[in-house]
Design a binder for this molecule. Structure first.
Ligand SMILES: Nc1ncnc2c1ncn2[C@@H]1O[C@H](COP(=O)(O)OP(=O)(O)OP(=O)(O)O)[C@@H](O)[C@H]1O
Ligand SMILES: [Mg+2]
Length: 426
């Protein structure tokens, strides 16, 4: 069996992080079997290398390996792409076509962004996973295939299941073994190593001396959150390699390439390169804070309403676990578990409000209590919408129109960004 180090060399994977090594080790162990694997982790952490490792170390290595980006194929054609179609199955189907599951018989299919699969396709996929059977679109003739599935996702699958966007049975089928790749911010030892590797690669590529980070720049590199993970680090190393004449990079220079300091764990260093009076970045941060506050306020309103309607605070807490986690974050949630605080305590609401024997606050229709908040909300929404449009436009500009990178920078999913681009006609 090949070892982790040789696999890292073969697939040009940099880093010595324990969690990265464990993920590669798991891929090596599971490769010779036909077990379905689900690769999880944030955007840009390197999920795409895992199915390649698995395929190349499996008995299927001489058969086909097909990578399918489920999020990029329109809903109307995905069934036909995956399973093929019969002539005349739909307008434009002038010929019978084989799908990936037929073509990859004996090999491996990598279903990237599997969380984006439409529910109808999920049903078909479940059937293939269960007994290798599928139907071409427009056909009633059952076909057989022998395909190993490796899937990947950067979304929270439990949330998707809760929202009924992903079938629970399919999730368990796909994730017989789950391989999780850690975010870059949790790989402190590897961040600078990766940067040096990318800097050296781009120095060679553009035939320029390799850029080097000064000590304070290394510190900034380590404390930045890297929402776009290794992909973002690589892009920044490339931009700096090409654009900076001075090859010794200070923290201020590096900071001017970081999308905005909201990604940093600590207060940002203000870039010296910025013109005096240019508050564009600061304004963006404020807008972002406003959006987050507005969303938190709505969540809090919902939670409070639940508490008022339902006197059982434990029940409300149980049923709104996701919401509470969203509002208070993980840290608070850990404390929450330790102290077993009720949502009322978390919200600093006076306990009597929750007592069934206290009639006054409950007699009033709950909606009335938010009358004021509702009124100001409409005005807010309009101006916030403009700011949101501005934020999206800027992010797209900064990322040269690349939606994936812009979405990562804005902290929203690519699909949400796509929806907003359509909604605002950008
Ligand atoms: N350990 C690593 N060493 C060197 N480069 C890496 C490493 N991990 C990832 N990369 C590079 O980072 C980039 C992003 O990786 P990849 O495309 O696999 O991300 P991903 O997890 O699939 O993200 P997404 O969920 O957005 O699709 C690629 O260019 C990849 O080559
Ligand atoms: Mg990917």
């Amino acid at each position: 069996m090949e070892n982790v180090q040789s696999i890292k060399q073969r697939f040009e994977l940099i880093g010595n992080d324990v969690k990265l090594n464990r993920a590669i080790e798991k891929a090596i162990q599971v490769a010779p079997t036909d077990i379905s694997v689900l690769v999880t982790g944030e955007s840009g952490v390197g999920k795409e290398s895992i199915p390649k490792i698995i395929h190349s170390l499996s008995h299927r290595k001489h058969a086909k390996y097909i990578a399918v980006n489920c999020g990029a194929i329109p809903e109307g054609t995905i069934d036909s792409e995956l399973f093929g179609h019969e002539k005349g199955a739909f307008t434009g189907a002038t010929q019978t076509r084989s799908g990936y599951f037929e073509v990859a018989d004996g090999g491996t299919i990598f279903l990237d962004e599997v969380g984006e699969l439409p529910l109808t396709t999920q049903v078909r996929l479940l059937r293939v996973l269960e007994n290798g059977e599928f139907l071409k679109v427009g056909s009633s003739q059952v076909q057989k295939t022998d395909v190993r599935i490796v899937a990947a996702t950067n979304i929270n699958m439990f949330e998707a299941i809760e929202k009924e966007k992903f079938r629970e049975d399919l999730y368990y089928r796909l994730s017989t073994v789950e391989i999780h790749l850690p975010p870059l911010r949790d790989r402190q030892e590897d961040v600078h190593l990766l940067f040096r590797k990318f800097a050296s690669d781009f120095g060679q590529k553009y035939k320029m001396p390799t850029i080097r980070l000064e000590d304070d720049a290394i510190q900034l590199l380590l404390r930045y959150r890297w929402p776009g993970n290794i992909r973002q680090l690589r892009n920044i190393a490339e931009q700096i390699s090409v654009l900076e004449e001075e090859r010794s990079i200070s923290a201020a220079t590096l900071n001017s390439y970081l999308p905005d300091s909201s990604g940093s764990n600590l207060p940002a260093v203000i870039g010296q390169a910025k013109k005096e009076g240019d508050f564009s970045n600061e304004r963006e941060i404020l807008y972002k804070v406003l959006f987050d506050m507005k969303s938190d306020l709505n969540d809090l309103k919902k939670l409070t309403l639940e508490l008022l309607k339902d006197n059982d605070s434990n029940k409300v807490q149980r049923e709104n676990e996701g919401l509470i986690r969203k509002i208070y974050g993980n840290q608070e949630q850990e404390e929450d578990i330790e102290h077993e605080e009720t949502p009322a305590e978390l919200l600093h609401l006076p306990e009597p409000v929750l007592e069934p024997t206290t009639p006054a606050p409950l007699q009033q229709p709950p909606e009335d209590r938010y009358h004021f908040a509702e009124e100001i909300e409409e005005e807010e929404t309009l101006s916030l919408q403009e700011k949101e449009i501005e934020l999206i436009k800027k992010s797209l500009e900064r990322n040269k129109g690349k939606r994936k990178a812009a979405a990562a920078e804005l902290g929203i999913s690519e699909r949400t960004l796509y929806r907003k681009i359509k909604q605002y006609d950008l």
